[in-house]
Design a protein around this ligand. Structure first.
Ligand code: ADP
Length: 484
């Protein structure tokens, strides 16, 4: 029997608490299958308790000055930076990404606390010239109220701060449910909020193995005024439909199927370097991961040669080992999905250039590893051409003309990120304007930062996170009309 001391608890109303029914669930390291902890397994009652705490805290929190709210976020930023190394270790153990990538994510996550500590002081209203001489119009921006947030496992710390920081800056209070695969990362982030002195009830954490009852509580409780979700398009649609019943505000950051386009005027070696870096980032488990790499016919050979040479040097393994750039996938279902897409593509005529198998040597069979894979001659009939892969597979497709590649790139329900490599300024501008995606990288594979609006169009989502836009998601606009 384990004692309660061993269990990571939920954070509700400023207290670390067990689940009401005392249930717990285990958490495993995806690199070796070892159990790394037990976490409180909350249900609907716990979620409701947290929502009530957030509602109680909303009045006092939103009543503080922007300067006071800002100060808490600055302190949280500082605490997060002080703990960078410890947090990175927790993340690599629980999520699997290489330590260097974990450190990068901690910095990215902390940046949101800093950016929104600053933005809290810039929630400006407006005066508008009125049509009558005895009338005045004044516009106020006010916090939406209690926010319910659901976050994913692929970026298990930064996806939390990306929501909590703007919500708190705006004057909202929040209840957050992290992914069941990475609750320990969430617990660490909430310890930061506690240690930064953020008052009880302003930030609440509910952990659970089964997300469904928590999602139900979030979407049906009348005190929740806003749902913010990052995860799959499928779950985003479920939540948005339920939230519609009470016309709750929603922000959704969902799946993607990014095109990566390399024109004939680009340097194929430079483009291949960028493509490898962004494709295998987080072992392909990123919503901005390229899922179709379009390369002009005339330079496809040198592109593939460089791409393959770089992939062949990548090493898979534990994120704690030096030189490892390919971590595990999140679970067995993820490996099976990748296997299914690769088999389907090869059966329909794709060329397997390298990889294409589960990795089992050197104890990798204890984790969820898949070899970095390149597929050539990919066509629109294949599953991988339309379905998000979320794994280390690079599908390459040849094209002849700008018009053809633009049509192919836009032929998707998704609309999150797209990438273009070209040396022509006019072509870069034409593509930037014509690609139906929320984020376009031009000769750039990392168009993300706390200061920049991140988000998708079409089935990739609604709303933006980061930047000036990120805080607007947590604000209502109120018009005052005065007769004088
Ligand atoms: P992925 O397939 O990448 O794991 P999901 O959309 O399933 O993405 O998961 C993202 C987040 O959504 C996680 O926190 C997960 O627990 C949560 N989630 C999954 N299904 C539901 C649901 N029916 N209701 C509420 N939350 C859900």
């Amino acid at each position: 029997m384990k004692s309660h001391q061993d269990v990571s608890k939920m954070y509700i109303n400023g207290q670390w608490v067990a689940a009401k029914n005392q249930a717990t669930f285990p958490v495993y390291n995806p690199a070796n299958g070892e159990k790394i902890g037990d976490v409180a397994d909350g249900d609907r009652d716990d979620a409701q308790k947290a929502i009530h705490a957030a509602q109680e805290a909303f009045g006092p929190w939103s009543g503080r000055t922007a300067y006071a709210r800002s100060k808490y976020l600055y302190t949280a930023y500082q605490v997060m930076m002080d703990r960078k190394e410890h947090l990175a270790q927790v993340m690599t153990r629980e999520q699997g990404k290489p330590l260097k990538a974990s450190r990068g994510e901690i910095q990215y996550g902390a940046d949101f606390l800093l950016w929104y500590a600053e933005e809290a002081k810039r929630i400006y209203g407006e005066t508008i010239p009125a049509p009558r001489s005895d009338q005045r119009f004044i516009v106020l921006r006010q916090p939406v109220g209690v926010v319910a947030a659901i976050t994913p496992w692929n970026y298990p710390m930064s996806m939390i701060t990306r929501k909590v920081a703007p919500a708190l800056a705006a004057g909202c209070t929040i209840v957050l449910k992290p992914a069941e695969a990475t609750p320990l990362c969430a617990v660490e982030i909430f310890k930061i909020f506690e240690n930064a002195g953020i008052p009880g009830g302003v930030v609440n954490l509910v952990t659970a193995l089964n997300p469904v009852p928590i999602g139900e509580a979030f979407t049906t409780h009348p005190m929740v005024r806003k749902i913010t979700f990052t995860g799959s398009t499928q779950v985003g649609k479920i939540l948005a439909k339920k939230a519609a019943d009470q016309v709750k505000r929603v922000s959704l950051e969902l799946g993607g199927h990014a095109p990566f386009i390399v024109f004939e005027d680009a340097d194929p070696v430079y483009a291949a370097k960028g493509a490898v870096l962004v494709k295998f980032l987080n072992t392909g488990q990123a919503c901005i991961s390229p899922n179709r790499i379009f390369v002009h016919q005339s330079i496809i050979e040198p592109f593939i040669e460089e791409f393959k040479s770089r992939v062949s040097k990548m090493r898979a393994g534990s994120g704690f080992e030096d030189g490892v750039s390919i971590g595990p996938l999140v679970n067995d279902a993820a490996v099976q999905k990748v296997e299914g897409q690769v088999t389907d593509a090869v059966d329909q005529g794709a060329t397997l250039i390298c990889g294409g198998r589960r990795l089992t040597d050197d104890n990798l069979d204890k984790g969820f590893f898949y070899a970095p894979t390149i597929l050539g001659d990919v066509t629109p009939e294949m599953l991988i051409y339309r379905e998000e892969t979320f794994g280390p597979v690079a599908p390459i497709i040849a094209f002849d003309s700008e018009k053809e590649v633009l049509d192919m790139a836009n032929d998707t329900h998704y609309g999150l990120a797209a990438y273009v490599y070209t040396k022509s300024l006019s072509r870069a501008m034409r593509m930037f304007e014509a690609l139906r995606f929320g984020i376009v990288g031009i000769n750039d594979i990392n168009p993300t930062a706390a200061a920049a609006p991140f988000g998708g169009i079409k089935e990739s989502g609604i709303g933006r996170e980061g930047g000036r836009e990120g805080i607007a998601e947590y604000l209502e606009t109120k018009l005052g009309g005065f007769s004088v």
